[in-house]
Design a binder for this molecule. Structure first.
Ligand code: C2E
Ligand code: MG
Ligand code: MG
Length: 562
């Protein structure tokens, strides 16, 4: 992918600093066919131009004797300046002494006056420019040995180099990430993992070559591409989708792409890719999307997210994270009976007020922090069951939510067992809600984990059932104890026939499998009656109660006793 140097067609800029016009003209004539030539008639002007002009210069041809600032002083300043020191300086002189002195000071080469043959001068300039560009690049150069792509440092440096001559072209920053790559390694072995990475790198570079892209492997499973601006990425994405490496005969890896279009060249190169990465992170775990564009709203959102991430430990420590409880009622008899509860986390932020889980759960699911939060919520719930048992002499089972990441945690089961032992609970007391979409990830692991938990007596509730693609398919492979009907069907049940039929179908299937159903999001009596008629016996929703703090939940327990 070394296409940039040849195909861009942008001329590199050369600065001739000489106070004698005739010299400028001779050199200018020699160089202007190949380079974009500028002139300065003293050292100070040359220095100011080097500092201020964009795109930057690739070479300075310098006369040593000039008014105001002489050539030696200019070389010294250029060499000491971080921004300028990578620009080579060729000294033009007729004195042998000066040649040695200027080379010692850091000049790259010299040209003697009167001038040599034009071809020789041109060749020397070309060689020095190439040498310096390669030197700056090679100093941080490293290719990723597995994929043959550039390393991230090199990639950034290369982009800065390209930008010197290419600052006018609209460019995009693209970040691509493999979904759950660690699972590929765990399940198929590192060798397959490596083959997947290599295959993907080759494929991406082939595709992005058409839009003059260069690419690097930035992290284990994440690739960065810098390419010409595209109005739409649909075509590229569909080519990628068609060519994704296989893991087995049936399974392919899945990939997400985030794009920061028309990068703001006033910003650092690193932040272009941070932005593309944020777009990419935003769709993590959302199986309906494989591509996202960066927008400034996203910037505000990501600042907010960043703050939440930084504050999570403190929030746990200060107990700003609190667990609310929402009752589940059995409506099979004449009067509803409180059966159990669901533990739902809330963040009582000291400055922002109450933050709903919709704001932070998906965020923490994306970066693994969810485990911290879940472990905390489980512990709080277990403790609460224990407190209520002591206070009321009855055990109210509480369901906790389990994230997909928890399921792949090797210590998942042992953590739960430890927890129920610590509070002297039985496995049935702490029920586990696993959201249906967890199934989409890795069927085999989920089946194994669920089977093992059930054999220990834990009750598994399939949450949000009907929301994913694989609902029915899943029931053929996984044994669960309870099915929770996705709220959106309940919401629309009495407005549209399709939802009603779906609810009926789920209840029938559950009946056939001998598994009870829970209807979530039940808000009014009409819904309760309709559900009862269809054979759904357990109801959770605002109709009975919103999720409430433990003190308020106690009123519901006490009401039952009357
Ligand atoms: P979920 O597990 O499906 O929980 C049910 C959600 O429905 C809760 O939203 C609850 O407040 C809401 N809800 C209950 N009844 C009604 C109703 O009648 N009408 C309406 N409109 N909504 C109702 P919440 O508390 O905002 O939680 C959202 C999601 O966040 C939960 O969905 C769950 O997936 C997740 N979540 C909450 N706490 C935790 C936790 O501790 N760990 C994990 N991993 N996820 C959690
Ligand atoms: Mg739930
Ligand atoms: Mg749910």
């Amino acid at each position: 992918m070394e296409r940039y140097r040849e195909t861009r067609g942008c001329k590199r800029r050369v600065l001739i600093a000489d106070d004698e016009r005739i010299n400028c003209e001779i050199l200018g004539n020699i160089l202007s066919g190949k380079y974009d030539v500028s002139y300065a008639n003293d050292g100070q002007v040359a220095y100011d131009m080097l500092k201020s002009e964009k795109p930057g210069f690739s070479l300075v041809l310098l006369d040593l004797l000039m008014p105001r600032m002489d050539g030696f002083e200019l070389i010294r300043r250029v060499r000491e300046d971080d921004e300028l020191k990578s620009i080579p300086v060729i000294v033009m002189t007729s004195e042998a002494d000066a040649e040695v002195k200027s080379i010692n000071m850091g000049a790259a080469d010299f040209i003697t006056k009167p001038y040599d043959m034009p071809e020789v001068i041109l060749a020397r300039c070309e060689r020095i420019i190439e040498l310096f560009e390669d030197k700056t690049i090679i100093s941080s150069a490293e290719k990723d040995s597995l994929t043959g792509l550039y390393s991230r440092d090199f990639f950034y440096q290369y982009i800065r180099q390209i930008e010197k001559y290419n600052s006018e072209t609209l460019m995009d920053a693209v970040v691509l990430n493999i979904d759950h790559f660690h699972l590929v390694n765990e399940m198929y072995g590192r060798r397959t993992g490596n083959e997947v990475l290599k295959g993907l790198a080759d494929m991406l570079m082939n595709i992005f070559e058409d839009v003059a892209g260069i690419g690097c492997r930035a992290e284990a499973d994440s690739f960065y591409v810098y390419c010409q601006h595209q109005y739409s990425y649909e075509k590229i994405m569909s080519k990628i989708r068609d060519n994704l490496p296989y893991l087995s005969e049936k399974a392919r890896i899945r990939i997400r792409m985030g794009v920061y279009p028309t990068v703001d060249k006033e910003l650092e190169v690193e932040s272009w890719f941070d932005r593309a990465k944020r777009a990419c992170d935003r769709i993590r775990g959302d199986y309906t999307k494989s591509m996202a564009m960066y927008s400034s709203d996203l910037h505000d959102l990501s600042v907010y997210h960043e703050e939440l991430i930084n504050e999570i430990d403190e929030a746990i420590e200060n107990k700003d994270l609190v667990v609310f409880y929402q009752p589940k009622y059995d409506i099979s008899g004449d009067t509803p009976v409180l059966r159990s509860a669901e533990a739902l986390i809330r963040w009582k932020h000291p400055e922002r007020g109450m933050i709903s889980p919709g704001d932070f759960i998906p965020l923490f699911e994306g970066n693994g922090l969810i485990q911290k939060l879940d472990n905390y919520a489980w512990e709080e719930a277990a403790h609460q069951i224990c407190r209520w048992r002591e206070k009321y002499g009855r055990t109210i089972p509480v369901s906790v939510n389990v994230s997909r990441i928890d399921i792949y945690d090797q210590a998942f089961e042992s953590k739960l067992v430890k927890l129920i032992d610590a509070y002297d609970l039985t496995a049935e007391n702490l029920m586990l809600e696993i959201t249906e979409s967890a199934y989409a990830d890795n069927e085999d692991t989920l089946v194994k984990v669920v089977d093992s938990l059930r054999s220990k007596g834990f009750i598994i509730e399939m949450d949000d059932f009907g929301s994913g693609y694989s609902s029915l398919n899943m029931l053929t492979t996984i044994s669960v104890d309870v099915i929770k009907i996705d709220m959106k069907f309940i919401r629309n049940m009495l407005k549209d026939q399709k939802s009603l039929r779906m609810v009926k179908l789920i209840i029938d299937i559950a009946g056939y499998l001998n598994v009870p159903t829970v209807a979530e999001g039940v808000e009014d009596e009409a819904q309760v009656n309709a559900l009862k008629k269809m054979g759904c016996n357990i109801i959770q929703g605002f109709y009975f109660s919103r999720p409430v703090p433990p003190e308020e939940f106690e009123k519901l327990i006490e009401k039952e006793k009357k």
